[in-house]
Design a protein around this ligand. Structure first.
Ligand SMILES: Nc1ncnc2c1ncn2[C@@H]1O[C@H](COP(=O)(O)OP(=O)(O)OP(=O)(O)O)[C@@H](O)[C@H]1O
Length: 686
């Protein structure tokens, strides 16, 4: 028995909670799935199986990490106690043993302060080793004599060595983060935050919160998480499943717009132009340029009679359809019916008996179909964009008054493509195809989209993301100072404008009357996270020297960790970079925690050779090794206890936004940063 009666009682509560969870699981397993038919029985079976799986106890994760005791406003007497954990656990009577961290009662655990205690008399945090409760920490929020302390449990969580993939932060979500996590589903929230302020963590926890709070709605519509690349997705992949959410799709931007085989790359200028929002108008112009003014009367023969739709009536039908604001294909699909309707009116005027079946038959008749095909031809998004990038005349018409001669030249492929399978598609082209597809027909969206590293997306990419959330909301996470693409967003209002565009109201057809938007999207709010949970003070000070140059007006994170961390800047003795790198990596490898060796992309083979010769064993990004060698362009969003940055000058020289890349790279460090160089450091750092 533990000497401390409080600890003893809490351990007892943990033991009982575990037993209750096991009972819940056994109960679920004992249920027989009995649907009305085979399919629904199988469906129920699967649902029960998943529920039982979700109720499995992970012996290494505590069932609860905190507790609040509350009093109601009237009397100080009646206490309610809630243990707060990753999932809800109830006893045999249905009373809560542990409440889900996302439940409404749990909010006070995260938000209560001495100034605003939310009715909380006691907040308790627990220390755990493995799954076993080892300590606790109490705050009596109503006791004026008790001083504010920095939670040791929070400090330990922040300062623990980082090994393996990203973990959840449910036990220690901070008030400014909780505001974002618990923002309601109808709110789009844009988060600007310096490196390590917890943007990614907050975005994933908001997804988990929304899935819990709006379970039914989101089960139907879905949640989508979008990250910059596979390495990043791999790093964050386990966070949502740990929180019990296994149904969230996590994709890269490239996967989001996957429609053509990518076999080419664009130079930065061309990619920037293809990402420019003017291309949305060019694409719509190209699409709508296919609609012709009718020049001939439409004749339809039925039985012994011939009916006609005169040119001005056909033109009228086409004009009204264009003005509806629907996609090209959607509007096209209505034209046959509209023309048939005109014929029906004539039939009725002539005394014929008609009904819907007659109208449908006329709409599907050969003459009407041919007429529609000629005036409003069917289009395919892939072929349309292929032609736009191959046919100077089509591009010239579509870009008239929008792009200059040189810009049009830049867009055209050097050799016109012969077919969609062999065209030299680039990622930026795939984004154009996505835009074309949306201009033809609206794509179904999801209930919520979490977009990470949003500052790097082009306007056209932002549109592609925004349309996935056309009927939902977004969490947009990023840092203007970490924007490294040539088209990185200069400001959040600008990015939000692209994200919130409305495909139903494209910038075309020009001169036509537009209906007001069918749904007013609520405006997005911008939140700024300031406290930094990753980068220690010494490293913040060093990397922060770049900020006035790369992003004036953006503040560095305010480090929460008490340990100032360690910074070593080493000029390679005798100009031998390889030896100096191997030395540095060997030295930091002796410390506890993960190691990231970050180099200019070009230099990766050389540094790999140096480590092979004289360094400790290491792996590449996918290997999950303790020491990872990684190219600078893949470091974004990741973190390592000890970071060795090799030759900053080379990282800066490698790309136009090289100084921003360097800022990203330097801010991956959790405990120590070692900079090894031969060439002088960039002025701003020196
Ligand atoms: N409230 C918290 N409690 C404990 N750890 C936290 C908290 N908030 C963030 N962290 C940790 O701080 C680190 C940085 O968080 P995260 O990667 O989400 O930051 P970020 O703002 O997305 O950084 P970057 O801009 O570099 O991508 C992670 O290890 C995360 O778990």
């Amino acid at each position: 028995m533990s000497a401390d009666p409080v600890l003893h009682a809490e351990r007892e509560h943990l033991r009982r909670s575990r037993a209750d969870l096991e009972a819940m699981r056994e109960h679920t397993l004992s249920l027989t799935a009995q649907g009305s038919d085979h399919v629904s029985t199988e469906y129920l079976k699967a649902a029960l199986y998943r529920r039982a799986k979700a109720l499995a106890d992970d012996p290494n994760l505590p069932l609860f990490f905190g507790r609040i005791d509350r009093t109601d406003d009237e009397s100080d007497e009646t206490y309610e106690t809630f243990h707060i954990g990753r999932r809800h656990v109830m006893d045999g009577n249905g009373d809560p043993m542990v409440v889900d961290w996302r439940a409404d009662v749990s909010r006070a655990f995260y938000r209560a302060t001495r100034a605003d205690p939310h009715g909380v008399t006691l907040r308790r945090r627990y220390g755990f080793a493995g799954g076993e409760l080892t300590s606790y920490e109490d705050e009596h929020l109503l006791d004026p004599g008790e001083a504010d302390i920095t939670s040791r449990i929070l400090t330990e969580e922040i300062e623990r060595p980082r090994v393996g993939p990203m973990r959840d932060i449910v036990a220690t979500i901070q008030p400014e983060q909780d505001e974002v996590v618990r923002a309601s589903l109808d709110r789009t929230v844009c988060v600007q935050g310096a490196p390590g302020t917890g943007k990614t963590a907050v975005g994933l926890h908001r997804a988990a919160f929304l899935l819990h709070t709006y379970r039914e709605r989101l089960a139907r519509t879905g949640v989508l998480v979008i990250g910059p690349n596979q390495a990043f997705l791999h790093y964050i992949a386990q966070v949502l499943p740990t929180l019990g959410e296994v149904d969230v799709r996590q994709v890269t931007v490239a996967e989001l717009v996957e429609s053509v085989p990518i076999r080419g790359t664009d130079n930065p200028e061309t990619a920037a132009l293809k990402g420019d929002e003017r291309l949305a108008t060019v694409i719509r112009n190209a699409i709508w340029s296919h609609v012709q003014e009718p020049a001939e009367t439409l004749y339809v023969t039925r039985g012994t009679r011939r009916w006609r739709v005169p040119v001005h009536e056909a033109a009228d039908a086409i004009r009204t359809l264009r003005e509806r604001g629907d996609g090209y294909t959607t509007a096209r699909s209505l034209l046959g019916q509209r023309l048939a309707h005109r014929i029906l009116l004539r039939m009725e005027a002539a005394g014929e008996i008609t009904d819907d079946r007659v109208q449908n038959a006329v709409a599907r008749s050969r003459p009407v179909k041919d007429y529609v095909d000629q005036l409003w031809p069917a289009l395919d998004p892939v072929k349309l964009v292929m032609r736009l990038l191959s046919e100077p005349e089509l591009l010239a018409t579509a870009a008239d008054g929008i792009l200059g001669d040189d810009e049009r030249q830049r867009l055209l492929w050097r050799k016109p493509a012969r077919g969609p399978k062999t065209a030299p598609w680039s990622h930026a082209d795939a984004v154009l195809v996505d835009e074309a597809a949306a201009a033809l027909e609206r794509v179904p969206g999801v209930g919520h989209v979490v977009l990470d590293e949003a500052q790097d997306l082009s306007p056209m990419e932002l549109r592609a993301v925004g349309r996935r959330a056309a009927t939902g909301s977004l969490t947009i996470l990023g840092d203007i100072a970490q924007g490294t693409t040539p088209w990185a967003t200069p400001s959040w209002p600008e990015a939000l404008r692209h994200l919130a565009h409305d495909d139903a109201h494209p910038p075309f057809p020009p001169g036509t009357h537009r209906r007001p938007g069918p749904r007013g999207r609520p405006p997005a709010t911008l939140e700024v996270l300031r406290k930094g949970y990753r980068v220690p003070a010494a490293v913040v000070e060093f990397a922060g020297r770049l900020l006035p140059v790369i992003a004036p007006g953006i503040a560095p994170p305010e480090p929460v960790r008490s340990n100032p961390g360690r910074l070593d800047v080493t000029r390679a003795p005798g100009g031998d970079l390889r030896a100096a790198v191997a030395d540095a990596v060997r030295e930091v490898a002796a410390r506890e925690g993960s190691v990231g060796v970050i180099v200019a992309d070009d230099a990766a083979p050389e540094v790999a050779a140096a480590l092979d010769d004289a360094g400790p064993p290491y792996g590449q990004l996918a290997d999950d090794a303790r020491i990872t060698l990684l190219p600078a362009t893949l470091a974004k969003g990741l973190e390592y206890d000890h970071v060795v940055v090799v030759e900053p000058a080379a990282i800066v020289a490698a790309e136009p936004a090289g100084l921003r890349r360097l800022y990203v790279v330097l801010t991956r460090a959790v405990s120590s940063l070692t900079v090894v160089h031969c060439h002088p450091l960039p002025d701003a750092l020196a």
